[in-house]
Design a protein around this ligand. Structure first.
Ligand SMILES: Cc1ncc(COP(=O)(O)O)c(C=O)c1O
Length: 425
């Protein structure tokens, strides 16, 4: 029974509390839905919703005033930056919030490109979401910079890291890679990529961690990158974006911003205009949710960083079990083809599929008619879908698991897929 799964890091009696987890997501109580749309956006946990409402009900304000609501909003915002820093193993001043990952990346690309010169080079990949490709292509076009592409192996879905050294040189200014693919789930080996990039160039390493942060422990120092972005709405929190950067680099960059917004901590220089304080409050609630869960798995007296890591360790162990169950079932439906890593190793629980004789959008519709929510298409991973040769045939059907899904939901989805696979439209 999946709901009584042992956690790897305690070894003892603690088991994954799936019923308690699900009780913390109001949207999971609506109807009889199966949410497999997590890579597009997860449901929000109750502590995040409550914190957002509490902030608004108790009075919100802009920052810098001497009155109660402004002071409280400032304290809450500082606490949200500190909480996010703990989730990423960073310092609070290195964290900036923004509307979403795409806006932050466009803004960072503009600031970085101010340093680029005609004839410089950058590296982007064929495995990334377009939000980690197009901003760099646009900046390169503006500055006369040459774009080099890191390919992936279409059979295994893994980046051709072996070809990376040949793409780097003295003029390489940036390497932009993803933590995990939003289309086929490949989990990239960022420390290995960082080691190559740092040994062979002075390039800035930018990581789009939107799809890895929800599933694995993220520790920026261990990753070895310079900048990292993620989106809390993909990990049970509010619609928001997060930027982390190394202090020395952030201090060097000159983001586009209005003149009075000087003297902010380095990453907050990218927080242009008035932010969504209610989203920051919800972010704090999201971290509280992870923290409370992590307390069950961490040693007594553990720090918040350790408790957060313990929570993600437990999520990962549980998601691996769900993934194994899905992969087993998929193997028994011959007309289903899985793209990307064939096993649970080297991947997050995001599965890109095609079904012979059934276009992805038709399959998604058929699942939706059974209250199983999944996306079909390219999910903005246009390079991935093109490289796999699936652009003309409608892309992929994507099943995205996360720690609030259950084994029963996997079985229900497999039954539905088996029925869809028998159709001939
Ligand atoms: C890997 C990846 N990067 C970037 C994005 C864009 O994120 P945002 O919606 O926060 O701009 C997404 C959204 O699906 C994504 O999956």
């Amino acid at each position: 029974m999946l709901s009584e799964m042992p956690s790897r890091n305690t070894g003892a009696a603690a088991s994954f509390p799936i019923d308690e987890v699900r009780a913390q997501f109001p949207a999971l109580r609506v109807g009889n839905r199966v949410y497999l749309d997590g890579p597009g956006g997860t449901q929000m946990c109750a502590p995040a919703i409550d914190a957002m409402v509490r902030h608004l009900e108790s009075g919100t304000a802009n920052l810098g005033g001497d009155f109660r609501t402004s002071i409280d909003t400032g304290a809450m915002s500082d606490a949200a930056h500190a909480a996010m820093a703990d989730l990423l193993g960073a310092a609070p001043d290195e964290i900036g919030f923004g509307p979403n990952m795409t806006s932050l990346t466009l803004s960072v690309s503009r600031a970085l490109a101010r340093e680029w010169r005609d004839g410089d080079e950058i590296v982007v990949t064929r495995l990334d979401h377009d939000a980690n490709v197009a901003p760099w292509l646009l900046a390169a076009e503006d500055r006369g910079v040459t774009v080099r592409w890191l390919d992936f192996d279409p059979d295994s879905g893994t980046l051709r890291i072996d070809t990376l050294p040949a793409l780097l040189g003295p003029r390489t200014r940036l390497v932009a890679v993803g933590g995990a693919s939003n289309a086929i789930g490949t989990l990239n080996d960022i420390p290995a990529i960082a080691a190559i990039v740092k040994a062979q160039s002075s390039a800035v390493l930018f990581v789009d961690a939107v799809q890895s942060v929800p599933h694995v422990i993220t520790e920026v120092a261990a990753l070895g990158c310079d900048l990292l972005v993620c989106s809390p709405y993909k990990f049970f929190g509010p619609h928001q974006g997060v930027l982390w950067g190394r202090t020395e680099l952030l201090e060097r960059l000159r983001p586009y911003k209005v003149r009075p917004a000087a003297d902010r901590p380095p990453a907050r220089a990218f927080e242009t205009g008035t932010p969504s304080f209610e989203a920051q409050a919800a972010m704090l609630g999201t971290i509280d949710y992870f923290d409370a869960l992590g307390t069950r798995f961490a040693r007594d007296g553990a720090s918040r960083v350790e408790r957060l890591r313990a929570a993600f360790h437990a999520f990962q162990a549980y998601e691996e079990q769900l993934s194994a169950r899905l992969l087993d079932g998929l193997r028994s439906i011959p007309s289903v083809k899985l793209w990307g890593p064939a096993t649970i190793a080297g991947r997050v629980p995001t599965f890109g599929l095609t079904i012979a004789n059934c276009r992805p959008e038709r399959a998604a519709e058929a699942l939706a008619s059974r209250d199983i929510f999944a996306w079909a298409g390219h999910f903005y991973a246009i390079e991935v879908v093109a490289r796999l040769g699936l652009a003309e045939s409608g892309g992929l059907l994507r099943l995205g698991l996360c720690h609030y899904n259950t084994g029963e939901e996997i079985d229900r989805t497999l039954e539905a897929l088996a029925a869809i696979a028998k159709r001939t439209d």
